[in-house]
Each structure stands twice: as C-alpha cells, then as structure tokens.
Design a protein around this ligand. Structure first.
Ligand SMILES: C[S@@+](CC[C@H](N)C(=O)[O-])C[C@H]1O[C@@H](n2cnc3c(N)ncnc32)[C@H](O)[C@@H]1O
Length: 457
C-alpha cells in the first residue's frame, strides 16, 4: 500500500490538531474528549467549565471518564471559569486561541423557556440522553454485537465507542500482542485505555483465519464483523501474483471463520481499495466461496469515523497511514439459499476442483457456517471442512479427500495444528478420514501421517 506522506495534522469538522482550542461552558466534557480522541492528542486543548469539579461529578455520570481521557491525552482542564469574565481569569488573561468554542450557551432554567421550545421538530434542550438509547455511527448501532479484527492502533474501535458512549457491545482484536501493539503505534496505549474504560472487550493475538477456534470467541455470534483494510504484509510489490495470493488467502480464511461467527441476519464488512491491484483480490468471489453474498458496496469515507487513523500495520513504518484512494465498504451476509443446495447436486461438482486451481491456497475448499447442533461440538468447531465446490454450498457433506490428488495448503497446515492439539479419545474422528493421496488413515496414525504427507510444514 502506498504510504501517505503527511499524517501530522488531524481534522474533525471545523477543528484541527494544529489549532489551539479553548472550550468554555463544558458540561460532561464529552465534546472536548471527542476532539482529544479525534486528534489522538489534547495538548492543544484547554477545556473549561463554569461548575466546580465536585459539582460536575454529582451532575454527570460520564464526566470522570471524559476528564481522564483529556488528562491522558495531555489536555488542560480548568473549572469555575465564567465565560463572561474569562478574559480576566488568571490562567487565561494572557492566552490567545485559534478557536474558542461555546456549545449551546444557556443561562439556566430560572424562568419558563419561550413557548417555542421546538425548532424543526427538534427539542432544544432535551437533557442528557438516556444511556440505553440506541446510537448509530454509519452502519453500526450501539445495539449491535460488533467484532473488529485486524485492528491497528484500535482507533476505529474507539471511534465507534465514542459515538455510542459505550463499548460494552464491542470486541476489538488485533493479531499483534499487546506489547507489539503499544510498541508499534504511538497512540495505541491511550486508545486501549479509553476503549477499556468504555467497557470494550479487547483481545490480542487473534488470528482472523483461525478465530472461530479462539477460546473467548468460539461460542459467540455477532451482528457485525469488521476487518478494515486486511493486508497480509509487505513481502513483494502489491501487483506481484504471490503477494495477491497471500492477501486472497487471508481474506478467504477470514470469511470462512467469520461466516461461522455471524448471527442469522448479521453482516461482515470489509473496507478495501477498489482499484487494481487491490480489486484483483476479488473479495466478492472469496466471499461467495464461503457461502456469503455481497449485499452492498458503499464508498468509504474516513471522515465518517472521527478519530480513526488507518495504519500500514507492518514493517518499519507500521504507524504511518497509507493512501486510501478509492475504497469501499463491502458488506456481506450469509447466503441462505446457498445453504439449502440439494445434496444430489453436490456430486456434480467434484470436477469443480479444476476450477479451484485458480483459488488462493486452500485447494481443498473450506466452507461451513452451519452446524447440526446449536453449539458446535469440539470437533465441529475446530474441524469443519466440507468437500464442496465454489458454486454450490451444502449444509453438510461427508468428509472425503479421496478425489484430491495434491494439496499443499493453509488448510492442511491448520489440520496439523488440530492433530497436535487433539487428545484422541475425547474428540470425534471421522471414520473415513483419508490422506490427500487417498489412503485411509487410522486415527492413531494421523499425527505421524500428516507431517509425512506434507514434509515442508
Ligand atoms: C493495512 S493494516 C490495517 C490495520 C487496521 N485495520 C486499520 O485499518 O488501520 C492490515 C492489518 O491486518 C492485520 N492482519 C494481517 N493478517 C492478519 C490475520 N491473520 N489475522 C488478523 N489480522 C491480520 C495486520 O495485523 C494489520 O493490522
């Protein structure tokens, strides 16, 4: 991905991180905190309130959290500042600012408001919103159970949390460990502190290609699963065929996992560039191979997500943004009709393996998002491959590798991992397990046989 040269200045609406900003008459300091998060810094912000800190703490439930955000981000907070006399305030009289913001000035409720309490149908002073009220940011609701994978500095998750005023519905994950995340991204520590303060579940070391097996995830279903700008690393140029294959493999296996972690009417969202060579990944086809259908594709605008900083994610310049250019939010849902393909049709597709030579690594198609049981058995949750074609997606199919002559793929590597983890007695083992050369494997032999068949592992 092409690197963006200048990421020093961050903007949100009328405000920039290069402005010195004075806020007066703050209530619960959520506006100041919002700017701090958007800038990932608050050293340019001086936020004030007329009330004393004690009085604010009595009035607003969220004030201490917002003050903590400001403090962590390096902002200054001064209480008991009267906007009508602030030019003489000892901490302000010699200061000048690029922006002075007074949101919804109001002298108090001493008398009855003017009869016209409604303008354009909006209530002027509706009071603090009830916490349980549904809030939306773009396609995401505070009522959705949301899983984010492949996060960089966690600023996208935080943007959702800030908009919802809570993150108890958010599970935010990264492939990197906590130590790697805070070492790689300068704002990650702050973002994670705030995110956790909002009640998010944060998990590190989550591989999107295996996440359905993750101990904290495998029993959960989500309304939205989001992977922003998946990328397998900078090993070759973006137009190199091997590089494209690696990216495709990542997205393919992410879909395979995510499709099994989705609620019936849930959606998987992938933000992705739309121009070649990125369009060559053909994410729509990768989804289709996993019984998902494209239900929408909308232009992606980073300004819709205040505070979000897209990251290269890998290499020396991992903390740098990349040029977004033309990109879209691809939305997928489970293709329910594909799940009901009549069983007899599946036999017609054994030859479809030829077609699959064009696929990324998994030459044995891996696809399944439905189980017989409401919860997968240990075997099903970990091992759920089906012999299916890319055109038709069965609900269930017997495990049979005999038609496959060679297979050197991610799926096989994954299987070795499973073999290593399995204690033979307490897991179901398919009776007709065959090696990729067609020979039958006894369960007890399996550990030895699989590495022999794939010596490059
Ligand atoms: C281009 S960066 C985008 C980072 C972040 N999503 C953003 O939008 O700023 C690609 C991300 O994909 C992640 N990634 C790569 N392979 C992954 C995998 N197997 N599972 C989870 N994340 C992965 C990397 O760790 C990196 O954070």
């Amino acid at each position: 991905m092409e690197e963006l040269s200048n990421d020093s200045q961050k903007k949100i609406k009328h405000y920039s991180s290069s402005h010195t900003i004075l806020l007066v008459g703050e209530g619960d300091f959520s506006f100041s905190a919002c700017l701090a998060v958007a800038f990932a810094n608050a050293s340019n912000i001086l936020a004030t309130s007329l009330d004393s800190k004690e009085s604010l703490l009595r009035k607003y439930t969220r004030v201490s959290r917002n003050l903590e955000i400001l403090e962590l981000a390096g902002g200054r907070v001064v209480h008991e500042v009267d906007a009508t006399t602030m030019s003489q305030h000892p901490l302000l009289y010699d200061k000048s600012f690029d922006r002075i913001v007074f949101n919804f000035p109001h002298a108090g409720f001493h008398f009855k408001e003017h009869d016209n309490v409604q303008i354009d149908g909006r209530q002027l002073f509706p009071g603090p919103p009830a916490d349980s009220r549904e809030k939306w940011l773009k396609y995401y609701s505070s009522y959705h159970e949301i899983l984010l994978v492949g996060e960089g500095d966690f600023s996208f998750s935080l943007s959702l949390a800030m908009s919802f005023g809570s993150a108890s519905n958010i599970v935010a994950t990264s492939l990197d460990s906590y130590l790697d995340v805070v070492t790689k991204y300068k704002n990650a520590r702050l973002n994670l502190r705030i995110l956790k303060g909002f009640g998010a579940s944060v998990l590190h070391g989550v591989d999107a290609t295996k996440m359905k097996l993750h101990i904290d995830l495998h029993m959960r279903k989500f309304d939205r699963i989001i992977f922003n700008f998946p990328h397998a690393g900078f090993f070759w140029r973006e137009d190199n065929l091997l590089m494209i294959r690696m990216h495709k493999s990542l997205v393919h296996e992410f879909f395979e996992n995510a499709s099994q972690m989705l609620r019936v009417d849930g959606e998987i969202h992938v933000n992705h560039k739309t121009k070649p060579p990125f369009s060559d990944w053909n994410v729509g086809q990768l989804a289709q191979q996993n019984s998902l259908e494209l239900i929408g594709c909308a232009d992606f605008n980073i300004l819709d997500y205040p505070g979000y900083n897209n990251k290269r994610g890998q290499g020396k310049r991992c903390d740098r943004p990349f040029v977004l250019g033309e990109c879209s939010t691809y939305k997928f849902s489970i293709n329910h009709s594909a799940k009901t393909t009549p069983r007899f049709l599946l036999h017609m597709n054994n030859n479809a393996l030829d077609v699959q030579r064009n696929l990324p690594f998994p030459e044995i198609p891996i696809s399944n998002h439905c189980c017989h049981h409401p919860y997968p058995t240990p075997f099903e949750s970990g091992y759920s491959h089906r012999n299916i074609s890319m055109q038709n997606h069965p609900t269930r199919f017997e495990l049979d590798y005999s038609c496959v002559t060679h297979s050197v793929n991610a799926h096989s590597r994954f299987m070795t991992g499973m073999l290593e983890r399995m204690s033979n007695d307490d897991v179901y083992w398919s009776s007709n397990l065959r090696s990729n050369y067609g020979e039958k494997i006894q369960r007890s032999e399996a550990r030895r046989t699989m590495p022999r068949l794939f010596p490059h592992w």
